[in-house]
Design a protein around this ligand. Structure first.
Ligand code: MN
Length: 232
């Protein structure tokens, strides 16, 4: 349990694991600056505000809040859902990309993708199509579902909902809110999704695939330990 003083911020913006310009030319520095330093920061600030008067909630991780919305007072529930989701999802997103990303997964994750999608190429088509077709603001995910022996699936969520809310374990994510691409690509979301493969962090996806096998690790993930730790 934390010993938070009244008014102290509970939730903190994690550092980007690389410079704003590190994902150029696929993601431009100005987009990264606004996306992390302004958009993500605002979700963190709004989450702190939403739970400010609930000491029992301020002891919980952002992921716990997202997974226990029925326990949140009704007047704060929507703000907690939107902003805890925004915080958790963006914390995952920064690590789902890397300056030395791209290429293809290897090892057990590569085998699972081949098993469940037919090939890496077919997986990419599914992921891109899902991201392109999502109406409005949301996220596209590769996740391990907790049925069918842990099959992998591609799906989207609206707003800032996270697959953990459906009991699915996210491996790789991309943000398809307009703020993620509009400065550089304007209305051309498909172009952004196409370029994004060059920065997709398969090492991080493989790490998450490994820990998706371990319920103790998943428990820790549920409490945000892996999601929200500071960048290496
Ligand atoms: Mn975003």
């Amino acid at each position: 349990m934390d010993n938070l003083e009244a008014g102290q911020s509970r939730y903190l913006l994690p550092a980007l694991p690389y410079d704003h310009a590190a994902l150029e030319p696929y993601i431009d520095a100005r987009t990264m600056m606004l996306h992390h330093d302004k958009h993500h920061a605002s979700y963190v600030a709004n989450l702190n505000s939403a739970v400010a008067k609930y000491p029992e909630l301020r002891e919980r991780t952002a992921t716990w809040l997202l997974l226990n919305l029925s326990k949140i007072p009704e007047e704060a529930r929507t703000a907690v859902r939107n902003n805890a989701g925004g915080h958790v999802n963006h914390s995952m997103l920064w690590r789902a990309m890397a300056p030395d990303g791209g290429g293809e997964p290897t090892g057990a994750l590569a085998d699972a993708i081949k098993r469940d999608f037919g090939s890496f190429g077919q997986f990419r088509v599914r992921f891109a199509e899902a991201g392109e077709k999502l109406f409005g603001s949301g996220w596209v995910w590769l996740a391990r579902v907790q049925k069918d022996g842990g099959k992998l699936e591609v799906f989207t969520t609206s707003g800032h909902d996270n697959p953990l809310m459906r009991g699915h374990f996210p491996l790789l994510v991309n943000d398809v809110w307009e703020h993620a691409y509009y400065l550089k690509h304007e209305n051309r979301r498909a172009d952004y999704l196409k370029g994004w493969w060059a920065v997709a962090n398969w090492k991080e996806a493989a790490r998450r695939y490994e820990l998706s096998d371990d319920s103790a690790e998943q428990e820790q993930e549920g409490e945000g330990g892996h999601l929200l730790k500071a960048a290496d």
